[in-house]
Design a protein around this ligand. Structure first.
Ligand code: NAP
Length: 362
């Protein structure tokens, strides 16, 4: 028998309880996001039902909503991978969690128990990202396998904690795991005021690296400086390749975390030193590019992709947060009904750090 939080609405075999969620019934502009009542998920064996206290947003959801990631979804669809909440109910066979305990679900995980311990989990056939392959976090509840629920002992408010999961855990994987950044390295992180970039800077600093970053406005330059970037380059005014070469004594940096792609990626390859690593993380500046292959092999540079993260990345990141080495960057809080407005801000690059929705706010 599942253990259920007292205030969670009673179920009978005939009654399906409802929750509020921001759903989409079709791809399209910001106004396709609508708050509706949908069935509350029921925790299956091995799952934890989480009452979501705050939902974090990511650029990815803007792409999914407009229809540029997958050609179809099951409608209505609930977007969102990030949440902070508390345990509302436990499915059969779940131990080690208490009702009401603060938790953070891992943003993306294998769903076949046979794949639970495979790393990276995102390379398994059963990998699921909430908000893409299964119902997401723009809702009042989500049910997640207990193996992929992290305990939240950071002491942060739910709104602050909800800014973290995807940006933090993917940042840990990109910088620490794939980029193998170590103390003393010189690292270039693009778009240092973005949700992902701002976390990647902090992860690199927590590892003891010196960090340069790019932005496109003086306001974002101030922000990037305030979170610890050692060198901030406004690419509307300066060439980042020349600046990081000068900063690194002419050689180039050890690692570039490239979350922009497009025309920026060839320049990132130029900016890294011989034998250095360019980590391909995103494509905000475009999904396609061309470059001279000789720029890689003459100097034995490495081009590595990274996607998603594992629960160990999230847990390592949360330890850094608890120790005060990484800070959540909460820009705005809106009610669930503000999901469309939040997507507009994201798509216009008007967010510094992260934007959060409150599923229980009126
Ligand atoms: N690999 C993974 O696991 C993973 C995980 C999460 C996200 N991502 C990807 O990472 C990318 C960033 O995501 P995010 O959530 O951090 O996005 P975000 O918070 O919306 O930030 C994107 C930033 O990119 C900059 N930008 C936008 N268009 C640009 C252009 N044409 N040229 C240069 N800079 C531009 C803007 O900063 P400025 O105005 O300061 O330039 C903007 O704030 C996305 O492509 C996303 O899909 C990948």
């Amino acid at each position: 028998m599942a253990v259920v939080q007292q205030d969670l609405i009673h179920r009978t075999t005939r009654e399906v309880t409802k929750m509020k969620a921001a759903v989409i019934h079709e791809f399209g502009d910001f106004d396709v996001l609508k708050v509706e009542e949908v069935p509350t998920p029921e925790p299956q064996a091995g799952e934890v039902l989480i009452k979501i206290l705050a939902t974090g947003l990511n650029r990815l959801e803007d792409y999914i909503r407009e229809g540029s990631i997958v050609p179809e979804l099951e409608w209505p669809h609930i977007l969102g991978a990030d949440a902070a909440g508390e345990v509302a109910a436990l499915g059969d066979d779940v131990t080690g969690f208490a009702i009401g305990e603060r938790v953070i679900p891992q943003p993306g995980f294998p769903t076949d128990p046979a794949d639970y311990e495979t790393r990276p989990g995102a390379a398994t056939a059963s990998f699921n990202l909430p908000g893409l392959h299964r119902p997401g976090t723009y809702a009042q509840y989500i049910s997640v396998p207990a193996r992929f629920v992290a305990k939240d002992t950071t002491g942060l408010s739910p709104e602050q904690a909800a800014t973290l999961p995807m940006a933090l855990a993917t940042g840990v994987r990109a910088v620490r795991g794939v980029g193998e950044v170590k103390a003393g390295d010189k690292v270039l992180v693009h778009s240092g005021a973005s949700g992902s970039g701002s976390m990647q800077i902090q992860v690199a600093k927590a590892l003891g690296a010196d960090v340069a970053t790019t932005v496109r406005s003086s306001e974002k330059a101030e922000f990037a400086k305030s979170i610890g970037a050692d060198l901030v380059i406004n690419t509307r005014e300066e060439d980042f390749v020349a600046k990081v070469k000068e900063w690194s004594g002419g050689q180039g940096v050890d690692v570039v975390i490239d979350n922009l792609g497009g025309d920026v990626l060839p320049k990132s390859i130029e900016a890294v030193k011989p034998l250095g690593v360019v980590v391909v993380f995103g494509f905000t500046a475009g999904p396609e590019t061309t470059f001279d292959v000789r720029s890689l092999f003459f100097e034995q540079k490495k081009l590595r992709g990274t996607m998603a993260s594992d629960i160990e990345d999230l847990e390592w990141g949360l330890e850094q947060v608890k120790a005060g080495r990484i800070k959540p960057l909460l820009d705005k809080v809106l009610p669930l009904s503000g999901a469309g407005a939040a997507h507009k801000l994201l798509s216009e690059s008007k967010v510094k750090g992260n934007i959060v929705l409150q599923p229980w706010a009126a």
